[in-house]
Ligand binder design. Structure first.
Ligand code: CO8
Length: 258
């Protein structure tokens, strides 16, 4: 496997595990890291042996935001012409499932990166925040939109306007994270959950992800219509026959991803 300067990349069975690795800058997200992350995710998406992806950071920081040193002298024309941040959003366009395993700080772009994943598992040490306002800017990679959808207007507004951090317990209570896990077990637990997903039928998993995400983009009636069409289409999959057949025969299914 290729080596990267800002990431550690491993596979564990059918799980692709990406560890953000810029320890001296608390995993601040710079253009090199995002480029490398997109390359790795492109590879995992192409690899039929990978069924789920986990993105994690260090014990101290998932990521403390976009790299302020790289950003501070940017001009408006530069930001506009290079379409600054748009490539970061490619993380959110992935079709295979992705779990963010967050310990320590997930701030600014770090919180936004976690929210681009399909769900967040948090260590009890996790702290989420959108502190951009303190730097004279606002969230730029989806924070004002995704955080609001996760936690509602009042809390999102308070966090974006004051920069207050949320701890893991509060993040679980308000639905930003799906579960809180003792820090020492975070990555193993995330890989375990990812392995469970990777053992399912990959096309079914991808269609399910697409359907849940649809609920953010459309009306309830259109979303239900979309769900129904995709549900019907699933009866064309050999994996549907395998899954239901295995249940009827009281055995474990062996999905073939087709
Ligand atoms: N960028 C660059 N360097 C950083 C960043 C960052 N975001 N965060 C921390 N570092 C560096 C520090 O400069 C320091 O470097 P050095 O040792 O060379 O001085 C090192 O990491 C360790 O940091 P601290 O000494 O500050 O560690 P503390 O434990 O005292 O504090 C904090 C930890 C509270 C996390 C603190 O570092 C902090 O407040 N960091 C900045 C958090 C922040 O404001 N984040 C938002 C950035 S703006 C942003 O994300 C905009 C989003 C735009 C789109 C993103 C797309 C995904």
């Amino acid at each position: 496997m290729a080596s990267y300067e800002t990431l550690i990349v491993e596979t564990r069975g059918k799980v692709g595990l990406v560890t953000l690795n810029r320890p001296k800058a608390l995993n601040a997200l710079n253009s090199q890291l995002i480029a490398e992350l997109n390359t790795v995710l492109d590879g995992f998406e192409r690899d039929p042996g990978i069924g789920c992806i986990v993105i994690t950071g260090s014990e101290k920081a998932f990521a403390a935001g976009a790299d302020i040193m790289e950003m501070k002298d940017k001009t408006y024309p530069e930001s506009y012409l290079e379409d600054f941040i748009t490539s970061w959003d490619r993380v959110a366009q992935r079709r295979k499932p992705m779990i963010a395993a967050v310990a320590g700080f997930a701030l600014g772009g770090g919180c936004e990166l976690a929210m681009m994943c399909d769900f967040i598992l948090a260590a009890d040490t996790a702290k989420f925040g959108q502190p951009e306002i303190k730097l004279g800017v606002m969230p730029g990679a989806g924070g004002t939109q995704r955080l609001t959808r996760f936690v509602g207007k009042s809390k999102a507004m308070e966090m974006c306007l004051t920069g207050r951090m949320m701890d893991a317990a509060e993040a679980e209570r308000v639905g930003l994270v799906s579960r809180v896990i003792p820090a020492a077990e975070l990555v193993d637990e995330a890989v375990k959950v990812a392995s469970q997903i990777a053992d399912m039928s990959l096309p079914t998993v991808m269609m399910t992800k697409e359907s849940v995400n649809r609920s953010y983009e459309t009306t309830l009636a259109e979303g239900i219509r979309f769900e129904r069409r995709v549900f019907h289409a699933m009866f064309a999959l050999a994996d549907q026959k395998e899954g239901m057949g295995a249940f009827a025969e009281k055995r474990k299914p062996a999905f073939k991803n087709r």
